[in-house]
Design a protein. Structure first.
Length: 140
């Protein structure tokens, strides 16, 4: 649901200040999911329709109908699911300051050939590491 919420409001949950209708279709971009231990996703075309609304200071209620393409025994088929609930978020800075030193940190990369992995060795602070990751052309 979080990936769909990101697509529904790219500006983030703080941009949802009232009841907001959502209608979005994407015929090109797949939704890729990767938990670190499992990978999967939803193939395009897909669509969401529904609503978002604030719930308290740090919650956003969502009610979305999600239709997507799924593999079937005879080729791709259209499937649907309804997603509703409340997503909590914290509209504050990440709790570790950018000026924090990386001394003692162990940085691991799933792909040692990732451009960010190669460039990260020069980063001395969290802010520098964030900049390296954000600038690396092949970082994921």
């Amino acid at each position: 649901a979080l990936r769909l919420l990101e697509r529904a409001e790219p500006g983030g949950p703080s941009r949802v200040t009232g009841e907001t209708a959502v209608q979005l279709e994407d015929a090109i971009n797949h939704i890729n999911l990767d938990t670190g231990t499992a990978m999967g996703g939803f193939q395009a075309p897909w669509a969401i329709e529904g609503s978002l609304a604030p719930q308290g200071a740090e919650g956003r209620r969502f009610d979305l109908d999600f239709s997507f393409t799924a593999p079937g025994p005879d080729g791709a088929v259209q499937a649907e699911m309804r997603l509703n609930g409340v997503a909590d978020f914290n509209d504050r800075e990440f709790p570790i300051a950018g000026s924090s030193t990386l001394d003692g940190w162990r940085l691991d990369w799933r792909d040692d050939n990732d451009a960010a992995a190669r460039a990260a060795g020069n980063a001395k602070t969290l802010e520098q590491l964030r900049a390296v990751i954000g600038q690396a052309p092949d970082s994921g």
